[in-house]
Design a protein around this ligand. Sequence first.
Ligand code: IPE
Ligand code: IPE
Ligand code: MG
Length: 253
Amino acid sequence: MTSIEPLAALEARVKTRPLPRHVAIIMDGNGRWAEQRGLPRIAGHREGSEAVRAVTRAARRVGIEALTLYAFSAENWARPYAEVKALMQLLADYLESERGEMMENGVRLNAIGELERLPRNVAERLAQARAETAANRDLVLTLALSYGGRQEIVHAARAAAAAKGAALEAEDLEAALWTHGLPPLDLLVRTSGERRISNFLLWQCAYAELHFSDVLWPDFRDAELFAAVADFQGRQRRFGLTGAQLADGGPGK
Ligand code: IPE
Ligand code: IPE
Ligand code: MG
């Protein structure tokens, strides 16, 4: 018989072990969630905002420093116009309605991606929410909007090459990434049973642990986040070394 651990016990358990400092989530499955219910796809996106709220709160509560959410990819612009338009309106509504909640929870809002492509009402509300939450310190919530990992690397390579030319090193490129200043990515989660990266945080994924959940994003809540963290806590991160080296205290041992 399998027993289901109560949520409070799972939360207490993940808090006793080293937490991932930076968790990123590919929030996938909104469309399928809606289609399963005979609803328009946008109903799934709307319900997805509830998951964002719940997961942000839960991440802050257990002490995760940085949460990065893939909300809209550079490739998602090619979806039907009506869906893109509805998603942008939802985003604008979210940015307006969540400011109070972010202030109450000490959440600093951040954004990465080709932000200049966002419609003006979204860009304005984003700038407003970022300015208002700038001094908050409990959790940095980064929304990836019109984001693509390849685009980020190209952008960073151009900036780093302009400064350093052929002498540029990996650290120069890293410092020019949109994610500069965030802790290294520890855990990448994808929902909805898909097992691909879809152009998300390609550089940052180099040594992240990957967790795939079959749950569709609108159904993702605290329990699913904590299950992903518990999975992470059961991994041995070797960064190219052997298990014995790690037990002995590091490289060269
Ligand atoms: C993720 O859900 C949200 C966005 C990509 C904006 P989808 O809309 O991709 O949902 P599925 O994958 O079609 O179910
Ligand atoms: C990735 O999901 C983008 C976001 C979650 C915002 P997609 O649904 O766009 O990815 P693919 O098309 O299944 O790879
Ligand atoms: Mg999808």
